[in-house]
Design a binder for this molecule. Sequence first.
Ligand SMILES: O=C/C=C/C(C(=O)O)=C(/O)C(=O)O
Ligand SMILES: [Fe+2]
Length: 280
Amino acid sequence: MIELKDLSYVRFGTSNLEDAESFATKCLGLQVGEQSGKALYLRSDDRAHTLCYFEGDPAEQTVGFEVEDEGKLNTAAATLDQLGHPVHAGTPSECALRKVKAFIGFKDPTGNHVELVVRPERSGRRYFASRDAGITGFSHVGLFTTDPMRDERFWTQVCNARVSDRIGDIALMRVNAIHHTIALAPGPGPGVHHVNHQVESNDDVLRSYYHLSGQRVPIVFGPGRHPTSGARFLYFRGPDGMVFEYSVGVDEIEDEETHRPRQFGFEPSSLCMWGSKRSW
Ligand SMILES: O=C/C=C/C(C(=O)O)=C(/O)C(=O)O
Ligand SMILES: [Fe+2]
């Protein structure tokens, strides 16, 4: 079984790095860790980066997960290979671009580009952004799925994800105590559905609602509250149409042994308990 420890990063191609930087710093509230020619490394916590924009096709979207060590990485490569997922071992220059010791790349059954990484670089400096959005960390990603049940099996049987809750057949899955690190979302093909950062308080969610509205950032869902994780949320659109989410108060699963996923109906009240309607 492939043991995912944590979410490490997302990497997005973009045709306009300047716009991406402006959004990431002035709207989203990330800190530029490094800008090196064709790539922009953005920080949201103690790590050297958790989001990288690079000059390229916006359809190039990758999610990186941390695994324990190189031994586990090699075992994961063998498992994936055996199951028929072609595996690419990161070259030294590709590792340098990702600020990791080693990584492998592969596609999940929908075709989402996933990387497993070892020893992602931390920064000696604390995260300090010029816009105070109240971000406390990079928390989860939504991944498109063309077959929710097949992909749930991949993430929970080949990898160590556990289902915390389901909305219809859509699984919210955890890899540690946090309610979910991976959310599957039905779609016509692969891609990142949304990127979540946690913020400190309800005030931060509402402050951002007004701030982003003032910056003419399209708000696509919220402010609202998810009945699943209990989190208060706001979703908005960034560069190349990518959706970002702030949320606060996401549940932790207290008892791994006894937790049973709850089943919610596939209907609006399962997405927001306050009545906010999703417009994407
Ligand atoms: O639409 C359902 C979303 C659920 C949650 C949650 O329970 O927190 C998410 O964050 C999400 O998948 O975006
Ligand atoms: Fe989310």
